[in-house]
Write a protein that binds this ligand. Structure first.
Ligand code: PLP
Length: 423
């Protein structure tokens, strides 16, 4: 027996390119042996100091009067726990001097859910029958956005300027000459730091984007899953940005609590109220364990110290070791470039002129038990398949053990060399 699905069901309930890839990665991981090198996922690293913080907090919750009730046995209001929301507003006001009140803060079940709600709230089919889109000022951009639209073609993307740096480096820059906000654009959106590239939009780029959005009366969404003030996986010296038309998202995932599913949205009260309404309809309320575990760390500001002194330096060192391993593995005999690592958990490699596509490279690497993500998935919103660059890149996570990353990079270099030899 097979049932007919609605348009919604067909779009979201019948799989997607990235869903299939994740399934493929998952099966390879499940059936792989001890030599498998999982460099494909977005799983944050296990940081012993952070794990002991969470353990202590769980013990405290067990002992505090009412601790377990707040964390597990009650429904929070749909917008999140009022004490947690107040603590976030206070932290951002005190840390950055932003004019934020609890009305500007809403909680969702993870950042991913926040984007699903935000994109479909602002873009798609409008009451007058026209369709609006989310404009990505720079691709490659976070793969997790790609299939979130209830309708088709939710995104329009602008190709970046590629600035080559030295023999093997590069950095993407927003091409403002090509960035145009047409009447069918509902919002701008960018992750900062960017998954997959580790790029961090400069303060100038962000100011420019913010001014453009403001002038057109649309929001600028900044996805801060890796950024400041937490988790602080940010290696370049930039300032966080907020304004009354900015929607900033944060998450507890990359500081070490991905299982707690806690997304935090800072934005105009109208947007926050709408998110609360959608949360109530879609899920009644949000998981509260993450909010209760993190609450005292946010109230005391300890989360800032942990981000700055533990999480940020941990990833910076891992990035340094991975970049060094890449230099050694790829050497000077093949064409390769690595995006400047300014944050997030990934290295983004570009193999200019590679005779095979990144998808073929992915398959070959999988045969050798190295799992990466082929780059073309990150170029959604730009359909031009003739742009070779989109098939010449891969994303490699460096969050795993150093030996695993090093071995993985060595095998990637071997496969790239083999591809060149075969011509
Ligand atoms: N945004 C970016 C850029 C991400 O990389 C991720 C997860 O990897 C998310 C949002 C969603 O994270 P979560 O739903 O765990 O908060």
């Amino acid at each position: 027996m097979s049932y007919e699905f609605s348009n919604f069901g067909r779009r979201l309930g019948c799989g997607s390119g990235i869903g299939e890839l994740m399934d493929d990665l998952g099966h390879a991981l499940a059936s792989g042996g001890p030599d498998l090198k999982m460099l494909g996922g977005g799983q944050p690293a296990r940081i012993p100091e952070m794990e002991s913080v969470w353990r202590r907090r769980l013990e405290d919750l067990l002992e505090e009067p009412g601790g377990i009730d707040r964390a597990l046995t009650s429904y929070d209001p749909p917008n999140g726990n009022p004490k947690f929301i107040k603590a976030i507003a206070t932290l951002l006001r005190e840390q950055f001097g932003w004019n934020i009140t609890p009305e500007n803060v809403g909680i969702t079940s993870g950042g991913q859910t926040a984007f699903y709600f935000l994109f479909n709230l602002l873009a798609g089919e409008m009451p007058d029958g026209t369709r609006k889109k989310i404009l990505l000022p720079l691709v490659p951009e976070y793969i997790g956005y790609a299939d979130q639209g209830h309708g088709p073609d939710l995104f329009r993307a602008v190709r970046p300027i590629i600035e080559e740096e030295g023999a093997h480096g590069f950095k993407y820059r927003v091409d403002f000459d090509k960035l145009e906000i047409t009447p069918d654009i509902a919002a701008l959106c960018a992750s900062r730091p960017t998954n997959p590239t580790g790029n961090v939009l400069t303060d100038d780029e962000i100011r420019h984007l913010s001014d453009m959005a403001k002038a057109h009366g649309i929001p600028l969404i900044i996805d801060n899953a890796y950024g400041a003030p937490f988790p602080g996986i940010l290696f370049s010296d930039i300032n966080p940005h907020w304004d009354e038309h900015v929607i900033l998202t944060l998450s507890l995932s990359k500081i070490g609590l991905p299982g707690a599913r806690t997304g935090i949205v800072i934005g105009p009260p109208q947007i926050i109220r709408a998110l609360g309404s959608i949360s109530a309809i879609a899920g009644l309320s949000n998981p509260n364990i993450g909010q209760q575990v993190a609450l005292p760390l946010i109230e005391s500001g300890e989360i800032l110290r942990l981000s700055k002194e533990v999480v940020g330096p941990f990833y910076l060192e891992k990035s340094r070791l991975a970049r060094q391993a890449a230099e050694e593995a790829f050497g000077d005999d093949i064409a390769w470039r690595m995006h400047r690592s300014e944050g997030a958990l990934f290295l983004w490699f570009w193999f200019p002129g590679l005779p095979i596509t990144s998808m073929e490279l992915y398959q070959r690497l999988k045969q050798r038990e190295v799992l990466v993500i082929p780059g073309h998935y990150f170029f959604f919103g730009d359909d031009d398949q003739d742009w070779k660059h989109r098939h010449e890149c891969i994303r490699v996570s460096y969050a795993m053990d150093e030996a695993v990353v090093r071995d993985g990079l060595r095998i990637i270099a071997e496969e790239v060399r083999r591809a060149w030899k075969e011509g």
